[in-house]
Design a protein around this ligand. Sequence first.
Ligand code: PNW
Length: 476
Amino acid sequence: MNSLAQGGSGGARRFPDGFVWGVGTSSYQVEGAVAADGRGPSIWDVYAHTPGNVNRGDTGDLACDSYNRLEDDVRMLSELGVGAYRFSVSWPRVLPGGDGAVNQLGLDYYRRLVDALNANGIRPVVTVYHWDLPQALDERGGWTNRETAKLLGELAHVLAEALGDQVSMWVTINEPLQVVHQGYITGTHAPGRRDLGMASAAIHHILLGHGYALQALRAQLPDAVIGPTMDPQPFNALDEQSKPAADALDAEYNRVYLDPVFRGTYPAALRADLRPPEILIEDGDMELISAPIDFFGVNYYRPHYLRGGDWSDLRQGEDVVAGHPGTVRYVPPEVPCTVMGWPIVPAGLRALLIRLHAESGGLPLYVTENGCAADDYLTPEGTVEDHERIAFIRGHLGAALDALDAGVNVAGYFHWSLMDNFEWAEGYRRRFGLHYVEFASGRRVAKRSAQFYRQLALTGELPAADGELAVAAAAR
Ligand code: PNW
């Protein structure tokens, strides 16, 4: 069906019936309460408390205090009109030491959350692992240790038992690329290692963690829908010369995670120093990693551009691409960027969805994250006028509709994020929320974009650009 609305308001485009409208957060980014009710330390507590790692020394100690504001959060979701909420479980809240005894008080928080969501008609979507590994497991090697993958399966088992009757959609792992790349190569995320040998082991073990979590959830919850989320990064070569580098980076950033899940193999083109050593790959591992999934979750933020360039004479917007002399990363000046410096390219989402449709053999795809940071502030009237976020959402949902028109099964969209939160190494200075959070008081304020998103979720209709005035008028 063509998504041009039949008889809708002028120029509006309509999403299919049943399209899931959601928003996302993750545990360490919003919960705070890091010492409450028996929670153990995570690698992010240690990393954030180490001077020099996070902007201005921010930590997740308080964050949005969601642990103590469960009712506020659910009310906010309910007022937003969304049908689904994607959140993650803090592993050290449930298993403070990573394995062993279950902390019932920690588990109770998630039980209260899923019950409150369901009572309000909001479908809980639970991510088992969104980066806050128990510190005790890092001390046993973290993702370089095969045991961590097995224990992720145990965590999934505990969660399935405790929440499975109330949760029908599960995400195993969030963004293995960032776990490995920032956690073990650049060191810009916890646990802050910079070691390619460690990274090559972490690649295999985080994927194996997905496999074990999938297996555990499947065994207990035969009717649940289960899948991973990944953030494949499009690399666009702007000239002939940079094509080999674009292919190599695609293998290193994307295919290394996609191929094992969709084909049960590591890509031949993967650079040798990142290839998981054969000795780590046991019989049955690749089968576990490539076991059938019910959906694939796509987190899309930005593409990359490459072109030929002189490393010793870099131009504005250029950066070297390590390992590929003569090639530079480049941001074309005509492409607008967010305050993260990330190019805003909605067409990249369309192309990515089309690619993943082919790679996955037509699996349902959910955009499990998409969003932008902006320099939001409270006006004297107490509003937040984040028109660039509205334009960002409009553009990317237009791209999702284009993919639907091209025959891709896009089943839902989860905006990142429900509210401003702890943006990892950027701390609180980067605001991604549909709701503004005044961190000193914990107060939340719906931004203009929340009103826009509410209309979308309620009507399933993407208004033409001039429809925005109608949205604004309706809100008054
Ligand atoms: C995601 N990139 O990470 C995470 O899942 C969220 O927790 C995070 O808050 C959000 O995106 C915004 O950063 C990413 O370099 C980190 O393109 C980096 C990239 C993409 C996603």
